[in-house]
Ligand binder design. Structure first.
Ligand code: FES
Length: 156
């Protein structure tokens, strides 16, 4: 058992028997590693006496779980109906061009991820985005770029 499996086993077994233990364990693992490493499925299946397919199903059901590390700053562009009607696709294309990243990708330097999200609860200010944990209403490329710069300054 390597170091990742050992750490995952410790995390998983500490939540066995709890109500909602699997979700809590997966959230803890993601907090520990920044994402869910490939070994997660097997370790969680063993700990919770479930199949790997069941674990995979749970992980893929929840959009908050991710299988690869994300960038230090994450730009989420709303792809739901109200934002699409207010120019969301045009905004997505402009942001992708500005950062030379397709939605769902992380930059090679690992400083930025651009990804879709399905409603941020800011429909009245569509198109909406989220940069880190900050909402951006009536988003355009300039406002998103300013929010990204602020986020990077905060991290520095
Ligand atoms: S549809 Fe985009 S914030 Fe609700």
């Amino acid at each position: 058992m390597d170091a990742v499996e050992t750490r995952l086993t410790t995390i998983m077994t500490s939540h066995v028997g709890q109500t909602g233990g699997l979700i809590t364990a997966l959230r803890s693992a993601q907090a520990a590693f920044g994402y869910l490493p490939p070994e997660t499925d097997a370790v969680a299946a063993e700990a919770f006496n479930l199949s790997r397919a069941e674990i995979k199903g749970v992980i893929s059901f929840y959009a908050d779980f991710h299988r690869a590390p994300k960038g230090r700053t994450v730009v989420r562009l709303c792809a739901a109906e109200a934002c699409q009607a207010a120019g969301g696709r045009t905004l997505q294309a402009a942001v992708e061009k500005h950062y030379a990243l397709k939605s769902g990708e992380t930059s090679a330097s690992n400083d930025l991820t651009v990804e879709p999200v399905y409603c941020l609860g800011l429909c009245s200010c569509a198109p909406a985005a989220m940069v880190g944990d900050k909402l951006v209403g009536r988003a355009d490329v300039d406002r998103i770029a300013q929010a990204v710069d602020r986020e990077k300054e905060t991290d520095a």
